[in-house]
Design a protein around this ligand. Structure first.
Ligand SMILES: CC(C)(COP(=O)(O)OP(=O)(O)OC[C@H]1O[C@@H](n2cnc3c(N)ncnc32)[C@H](O)[C@@H]1OP(=O)(O)O)[C@@H](O)C(=O)NCCC(=O)NCCS
Length: 256
């Protein structure tokens, strides 16, 4: 059972975390094959800086984890599946020399601690890494976690428009939008073993305000983008450039 007043800390994943990550996966996705030790070892082999855990208490219980890699977006199609973007979860397609895009392969938080800031801390660590490496953006597939409740009434695309404009809530896409992401596309068959989403995901993007140029977002589709998002992004970009040097975020603290 999680204690929400405990101190939590984000750090890079270590081999000693593998068993606890497997247990965490089983708690979050009981019907899905958990991360295997050979996959997690491959992540640390190809891109150790890109893998994070959130640990709680002095015994460092793993209460959240994230995994990711760098890709050259032009090597992929927007409709590609999670397996294609992640080399079947091995991340051996990590391409730091050619790539400008951090691709989020996973983020999960212990169900007893969801909604207490752990996911936000994992994303802060990810954004700090992307800023430090000078990458253009983070992209990934956001599961449409609550779509199954609306699938009889609307298409996945209509559902995403409704969530973006605040008419419906989705526990995962809502989190991503809150974290500054916007939706580029809606894709079927993204996750093969996911009864909650019926396979649907939104391709989401966060732009690094420290390096992004207008041409990086000029031709993105506008269907799923909230009208205020672009103005907010430009304001954030301008104020960050004026006030903040590139540095890592301090992502430790208590959960609330
Ligand atoms: C999605 C998930 C990673 C989010 O992690 P979390 O720890 O629950 O999220 P947090 O509590 O850190 O939320 C961070 C911020 O987002 C906000 N937020 C969270 N869910 C939200 C929602 N549905 N709508 C709007 N805002 C939301 C929080 O209020 C918080 O805001 P604050 O920083 O201003 O206080 C977690 O719920 C999870 O593991 N879900 C199941 C697995 C999953 O779907 N993973 C994502 C795969 S794409």
């Amino acid at each position: 059972m999680a204690n929400t007043s405990e101190v939590v800390r984000i750090r890079n994943t270590q081999p000693r975390d593998f068993e606890a990550i497997g247990d965490l996966c089983r708690r979050v996705y009981p019907d899905t094959t958990p991360w295997q030790p050979e996959q997690l070892a491959s992540h640390l082999h190809v891109f150790p800086e890109g893998q994070f855990v959130c640990v709680a208490g002095p015994e460092e219980r793993v209460v959240g984890m994230s995994a990711g890699l760098i890709i050259l977006w032009d090597d992929y199609q927007t409709l590609d599946s999670w397996e294609e973007f992640t080399a079947n979860g091995m991340l051996t397609n990590h391409d730091p020399h050619r790539g400008h895009t951090f691709y989020g392969a996973e983020v999960i938080v212990d169900p007893t601690l969801q909604g207490h800031g752990v996911g936000g801390k994992l994303y802060a660590a990810r954004r700090a890494l992307v800023e430090r490496l000078g990458l253009w953006r983070i992209r990934g597939g956001a599961r449409l976690r609550d779509y199954h409740s609306y699938a009889g009434a609307m298409s996945a695309s209509e559902y995403v428009v409704a969530v973006v404009h605040g008419f419906l809530t989705d526990r995962t896409l809502g989190f991503q939008l809150h974290e500054g992401f916007h939706v580029l596309a809606v894709v079927p068959h993204y996750l093969t073993e996911d009864p909650e989403t019926l396979g649907f995901a939104a391709v989401v993007e966060w732009l690094n305000p420290l390096v992004i140029q207008p041409e990086h977002y000029a031709d993105r589709p506008s269907l799923y983008i909230h009208r205020d998002a672009i103005a907010r992004q430009l304001m954030q970009q301008e104020s960050l450039r004026r006030t903040r040097p590139i540095k890592a975020t301090d992502s430790s603290g208590t959960v609330s």
